[in-house]
Design a protein around this ligand. Structure first.
Ligand code: ZN
Ligand code: ZN
Length: 899
């Protein structure tokens, strides 16, 4: 067998392992993914959400990247200049933890190494073990521009971070202040509000009594954290609370530490909570801190950074916060000052990295004043300059932005962007773009840089423009900004999307991106979250090994309904692998046709797919066979719907349409219909083959964004092109839409399905060839069946097909849409025996039905049996009813026979 025009022959089966690696390498070698800002083309750009340098590809990435890749590839094929920019995030806490764990194995801490050596060690770790995910992205087929790969701590991005920090400081949008922040006593760092996960825990409410200093009585306060009383500096009541009116201005004696504390009136006190009097612990509660500001109260910090009681706690010093809680209650009880303790579950914040209970802690931190930035970001979304897909996520975004608080951006870590602030011995602060040689205020040369680094999200918030060379006004920035689409899961709208919008709208208006396309989370087949503890985690690498990359990608995209969670199961990947094989076999079939015809048609693929054997567009289409007209019509409708779905951020719908078309209409119907024509040879055979080939080429091109490897290989073999990554996208051919051909084909298909069903149900031997008489509904239909008699004959295994009126001999009568089909029974099946068989079947089903009905009519059963047993019985009854209806219909088909 030779292949026409020297194209490569397709091996018998599709083997992803031999195709994927070399194909990706070829794409890289040709530079197909490299973007050129000077290109004279519409542009399409995306910044890949930078995975953590510590990360490896999980199933969530696989979805996220496939989604972006479909957008990148589709636009590239449609003639856009596409930039999809990759990179990684330095991932402050996560990376520092990894290296600290490594050190722990050597019996060391980061303090043994010191800051400089530790940071060097992290860079070494990054060079050695970081970025494993980049190789995995290549396996996934990501069509990113590797020549523009960035890292949030590379030189350029560090410069952008510094520029933003200093500008915000100069604009009064960034400040250093003593505030209560969320503190992780294990990671020893501040956390922003969104890095804290709130969880209901079984807690308590302790009722304490503080004696009044003048001995005239006492005041009672309720608290869930008794140990914090060691840091109380006041008791507060509501100014309008009649119960306490006389106590305001008096002094209480704080037990255990023997401190005199005032009783103050503050409108922020909730009269309904506890006794209506609240203890005020400014150093350990954000609300108390605010009360303290209003009343000039001191703050007494009683905990170390590890959340252990310090010297301020007197005899409780050295106890951790939980032990201190027990001991303080015991000591108060001994003094008769603990009235009671009741159980009271309440919500407590946990560190999102290590699950340790977060401690509110008073400390000096850097904050971004977010309100003005958030307002700008909201305005950008409101005005439509940036829109969310699906739009319902805008509500989520607004909800968050409306209640945003100042963002604590300093972290007590060593791995990250060090804060560009210096302090002189007099405490003046110098914030500068270049490392300063002297204090900006007093000129003192002795400066110490702030020890802290910036929140990781500070640098990733700049990602869409810092990666394009900002603050430089580069060609990349001018050409590819604002980026076209940002693709991400709904879980990081707050963490990340909001920050990018705030920074992007402020520093590089109008907006960092035009569209935010939100997808869901990958879950298991039952919709359950994937987690190690459930044992339902799916490893994308294993699936790619087993079924090929295209199969994984197709299965993910097929489930990715807009904005909704994506169910995933191995068998669906297996199904997608079968789909890839189906396409492969189609390709082989087409090539075998071309090899068999002596003069292969010249089907080079000039832009826009002019199509096969359509040399003269004025040629009236009815001169084509019905099967060809129908296939071209369905192909054009599919092309249009698939393109619209891709454009509408609904790749799941595109995948569904393409699967349906390729599998059922192209592979099953069109190929079956073409086989007899191909066997007959001649011009009609060529026409049939060329139409099939064209349909497959278009299908392959439309599928390329989702299944890039198998489609590239098929396209190369079918058409001899070097690649289809650069297009063309199948052109519009509205003239191919042919409702008449589709209606005719529907009639024909209905007849074939009805005849096949009849043969199967009545067990007609495969070898027997009945003679069919069709009674058509009208003249048009009669003409159709006459014209397509040969197809019908072959596909339904008939001896002859006659269009006319009902024959007088014993027949079975089948209904197929508007047509009636008559099959003379002689020699086809033993009528009496077949009738008897159906009657026996009917009788058996009747018995079962009576029994099932009686069971369900019995109240003893319905009320006492477990609900699932009753439900099953009902289901069974419904099944029996269905079976009865079906067999009765079969019986009717035979009842008219023999008239
Ligand atoms: Zn932690
Ligand atoms: Zn100074």
């Amino acid at each position: 067998m030779t292949t026409p025009q020297g194209r490569p022959e397709l091996p018998k089966t599709y083997d992803p392992t031999t195709v994927e690696g070399p194909t990706y390498q070829r794409w890289l070698d040709h530079g197909y993914f490299r973007a050129d800002p000077a290109a004279d083309r519409p542009r399409f750009s995306m910044a890949l959400p930078p995975p953590n340098v510590t990360g490896s590809l999980h199933i969530g990435h696989a979805l996220d990247h496939t989604y972006q890749d479909y957008l990148a590839r589709m636009h590239r094929m449609r003639g856009f200049e596409v930039l999809w920019l990759p990179g990684m995030d330095h991932a402050g806490i996560a990376t520092q933890n990894v290296v600290e764990r490594e050190l722990a194995k050597e019996g060391k801490t980061r303090f043994d190494l010191g800051r400089e050596a530790f940071v060097e060690r992290v860079w070494a770790w990054k060079a050695e073990s970081g970025g494993r995910i980049l190789g995995q992205m290549q396996r996934l087929g990501d069509s990113v521009d590797w020549s523009r790969e960035r890292f949030t701590m590379d030189e350029g991005l560090s410069r952008a971070v510094r520029e933003v920090f200093v500008s915000l400081y100069e604009q009064g949008l960034l400040y250093r202040g003593r505030r209560i922040i969320n503190w992780c006593p294990r990671c020893l760092t501040a956390l922003s509000d969104i890095e804290v996960e709130h969880e209901e825990v079984p807690g308590e409410l302790a009722l304490l009594r503080y004696p009044l200093a003048d001995g005239s009585g006492s005041i009672r306060v309720a608290t869930s954290r008794a140990e914090t009383m060691l840091g109380d500096t006041a008791v507060a009541v509501h100014p309008d609370d009649p119960r306490y009116r006389d106590l305001v201005g008096k002094t209480a004696r704080l037990p255990l530490v023997d401190r005199l504390i005032p009783i103050v009136a503050d409108a922020a006190v909730d009269r309904e909570f506890g006794t209506g009097a609240v203890k005020v612990t400014p150093a350990h509660d954000p609300n108390d801190w605010e009360i303290a500001q209003r009343h000039n109260l001191p703050a007494v910090d009683i905990l170390t950074e590890e959340a252990v009681v310090n010297a301020e706690g007197g005899r409780f010093e050295g106890l951790d916060r939980y032990a201190a809680r027990r001991e303080v209650k015991a000591a108060l009880a001994e003094l008769g000052l603990l009235e009671r303790v009741t159980e009271a579950p309440h919500s407590v914040g946990h560190c999102y990295r290590c699950r340790t209970e977060v401690e509110p802690r008073l400390s000096l931190q850097w904050f971004v004043a977010t309100r003005p930035l958030a307002d700008k970001a909201m305005e950008t979304v409101r005005s439509g300059q940036t829109r969310f897909e699906p739009v319902r996520y805008e509500k989520t975004f607004f909800g968050w932005m409306e209640q945003i608080r100042d963002w604590c951006v300093s972290r007590q870590l060593w791995w990250g962007h060090r804060i560009p602030a210096w302090y002189c011995p007099d405490g003046h602060v110098t914030v500068a773009r270049q490392d300063p040689s002297g204090c900006a205020e007093c000129g003192a040369g002795e400066l110490a840089q702030d020890e802290d680094v910036l929140d990781t999200w500070f640098s990733s918030g700049l990602w869409p423009f810092s990666t394009l060379g900002w603050p430089g006004q580069t060609d990349d920035l001018k050409t590819f900004y604002p980026t076209s689409v940002l693709v991400t899961g709904y879980d990081i709208i707050f963490f990340w999307v909001a920050r990018m919008l705030m920074f992007g709208c402020h520093f590089q208006p109008p907006a960092p991106f035009e569209v935010v396309a939100i997808h869901g989370m990958v879950r298991d087949a039952q919709g359950k979250k994937m987690s190690k503890s459930f044992g339902n985690v799916i490893d994308p690498i294993e699936l790619m090994d087993r079924y090929g990359t295209d199969a994984l990608r197709f299965a993910l995209i097929r489930g990715a309904n807009p904005g909704s969670d994506v169910p995933m199961a191995e068998e669906w990947v297996e199904g997608a692998r079968n789909f890839a094989n189906k396409l492969w076999n189609l390709g082989r079939f087409i090539l075998s046709i071309e090899a068999a015809t002596s003069a292969p048609t010249d089907r080079g693929t000039p832009p826009g797919f002019p199509g096969p054997l359509r040399p003269d567009p004025t040629e009236p289409s009815p001169s084509l066979a019905l099967a060809d007209r129908w296939l071209l019509s369905r192909l054009e409708e599919t092309r249009e719907a698939v393109t619209a779905a891709y454009d509408g951020f609904d790749p799941a719908e595109a995948a569904r349409l393409l699967h349906g078309f390729a599998w059922s209409e192209l592979a099953d119907w069109a190929v079956e219909l073409a086989k007899p024509r191909l066997a007959a040879g001649g011009e009609d055979a060529e026409r049939a083959g060329a139409t099939l080939a064209y349909a497959l080429e278009v299908t392959v091109a439309l599928l390329h964004p989702v299944m890039p490897f198998v489609t590239e290989e098929l396209a190369r073999a079918l058409t001899g092109v070097e690649t289809i990554t650069l297009g063309p996208w199948p052109a519009e051919r509205p003239g191919d839409v042919d409702p008449q051909a589709e209606a005719g084909m529907a009639d024909l298909q209905e007849a074939i399905v009805a005849l096949r069903r009849f043969r199967a149900e009545h067990r007609v031997p495969t070898a027997s060839r009945p003679r069919l008489v069709v009674v058509a509904a009208d003249d048009d239909q009669a003409a159709l069946f006459r014209a397509e008699a040969d197809s019908l004959r072959r596909l339904a295994r008939l001896e002859t097909v006659e269009v006319g009126s009902a024959p007088p001999v014993p027949t079975a009568k089948l209904l197929a849409g508007r047509a009636e089909l008559y099959l003379p029974l002689e020699g086809l099946l033993d009528l009496d025996e077949e009738r008897a068989r159906l009657d026996r079947e009917l009788a058996a089903l009747d018995v079962e039905r009576t029994r099932a009905e009686a069971k369900l009519a019995n109240p003893a059963f319905v009320e006492k049996a477990p609900a699932n047993v009753v439900a099953k019985a009902r289901e069974r009854l419904a099944e029996v009813d269905q079976a009865l209806a079906k067999v009765r219909a079969q019986r009717v088909e035979l009842s008219g026979a023999g008239r």
